[in-house]
Design a binder for this molecule. Structure first.
Ligand SMILES: [Zn+2]
Length: 446
């Protein structure tokens, strides 16, 4: 089983400079490889990562575009893993594209990386770095301080250095033994979870979980800072002779003033802070849910997000929802929790959780409603959570579904039919808190 521990770095300015150049190298090589791939493919060829890499190795110290102004190959200043890995990543990206296409999922072709727009990162192979407590020794630059030690014991598979706003991180992939991967549950409930904007999550047990307060304050500040930055952009447009709100012709580059650069950096830091608050919240929530439940039912989130939220709320919540779902998926594996994703057509809000009557007249603003058939009073979110819970138990309501599969539960995780029986675990597995898990920026790979 593979786990990744992402640790913040405390690099010196010289090391930051190297990181930036290594990221730039990885980006340029990726773009070269993708362009070459597309060119060969259009010409009827069948490009692959290995042949492209070979082709690249033949020119990388000779071709003028890879030489500096003195005719020196600048790639030699950067460790070779940084410019070898993009070929593997590109091959993986195409594999994923064709796999998604085959499964009928939304598929994205690999795209060119743009400076300042893409994720900055580069790879270091496992035999190229060593760890010693809170330091990591990287090729070319030596020891870099880390904010904490690697928490997992096992075979180290590789590392990726990346940047978020103005901070640098190293994500170390470790092959861990099963005993470290699997976690012990503290209880074995079965629950449905309704996710929303008003309350972040409503659990069928009756518990309502609010989104963290700092998030709201930070989002307000986000508006202000975004406005400040866009004013500076408008000023730059005006200075270049464009209308304030004009769409620039493709390829236009406006001069970037110091103030605009600073403003953009401040905004990026705030974005990172918001992401941290949100990640902290979802990590704690998802750990707790998986730790306490043997079966969990959630909705197909994206669709709901698109249907029920206004523009800004959607943009914000979608990120949080997507993260919540992927965290639930990997934590469910670690805790042995059965995760059920309800069909996108399952009307969890509209059904009466007591008698099964469907309230066709329910609108988005109705927070409470009364069942016309049995007279039960419902809280919208709790009722939805209870309906979701029923998908995991033998009392699931028979629902006519317009979905082609005819069922009420779908997705990658199969629905459970019949009651879920409690699973017992021996005490040999270790346990950790959500706090600890969050601090580790823990994320699992396949
Ligand atoms: Zn009813």
């Amino acid at each position: 089983m593979q786990l990744t521990h992402k640790i913040a770095l405390c690099p010196t300015p010289e090391q930051v400079d190297y990181f930036k150049r290594a990221c730039g190298t990885a980006r340029r090589v990726w773009n070269w490889a993708l362009n070459e791939w597309n060119r060969q493919y259009a010409a009827g060829g069948r490009p692959n990562a290995m042949s492209l890499k070979k082709q690249f190795n033949a020119i990388k110290y000779a071709d003028p575009q890879w030489l500096d102004e003195n005719g020196r190959p600048w790639l030699k200043d950067i460790h070779r893993d940084a410019h070898a890995q993009p070929f593997r990543n590109l091959a993986k990206a195409w594999e994923r594209f064709f796999a998604d296409l085959k499964e009928g999922k939304e598929a994205h072709k690999p795209r060119l990386k743009k400076k300042g727009r893409c994720r900055d990162s580069f790879y270091v192979a496992n035999d190229r770095f060593t760890l010693n407590g809170k330091t990591i020794r990287l090729p070319k630059i030596g020891e870099v301080a880390m904010t904490e030690e690697l928490r997992f014991a096992g075979k180290i598979l590789g590392a990726t250095v990346s940047r978020i706003a103005d901070r640098w991180f190293v994500a170390i992939q470790v092959e861990v033994p099963d005993a470290q991967f699997y976690r012990r549950r503290t209880s074995h409930e079965v629950n449905g979870v309704d996710l929303g904007i008003k309350a972040a999550a409503t659990i069928s047990s009756g518990e309502v979980i609010e989104a963290p307060k700092p998030l709201k304050a930070a989002l307000r500040r986000l508006k202000i800072r975004s406005r400040r930055l866009s004013r500076k952009l408008e000023a730059a447009k005006k200075a270049a002779g464009f209308e304030r709100r004009a769409r620039l012709p493709k390829g236009t580059r406006l001069p970037v003033s110091n103030n605009r650069r600073k403003s953009a950096a401040t905004l990026a830091r705030l974005h990172a802070r918001i992401a941290n608050i949100r990640a902290d919240f979802t990590h704690k929530l998802t750990t707790r849910l998986c730790r306490e439940n043997q079966a969990l039912v959630i909705e197909d989130l994206n669709v709901k997000g698109m249907l029920e939220n206004e523009k800004l709320a959607r943009a914000i919540s979608d990120v949080g929802f997507g993260m919540l779902r992927s965290q639930l998926e990997y934590k469910a594996r670690r805790y042995g929790t059965h995760l059920i994703i309800a069909d996108r057509w399952y009307p969890s809000s509209r059904l009466c959780s007591i008698c099964g009557w469907k309230n066709e007249a329910l609108t988005l603003t109705d927070r409470k409603w009364v069942c016309a058939q049995c007279g039960a009073h419902h809280d919208r979110d709790l009722n939805a959570a209870l309906n979701l819970k029923r998908l995991a138990t033998e009392t699931a309501l028979p629902v006519a579904s317009p979905a082609s599969n005819g069922g009420a539960a779908s997705g990658t995780v199969p629905a459970v039919v019949g009651k879920v029986t409690p699973v017992r675990y021996d005490g040999s597995q270790q346990d950790t808190s959500g706090q600890e898990e969050k601090r580790a920026h823990l994320c699992a790979l396949s």
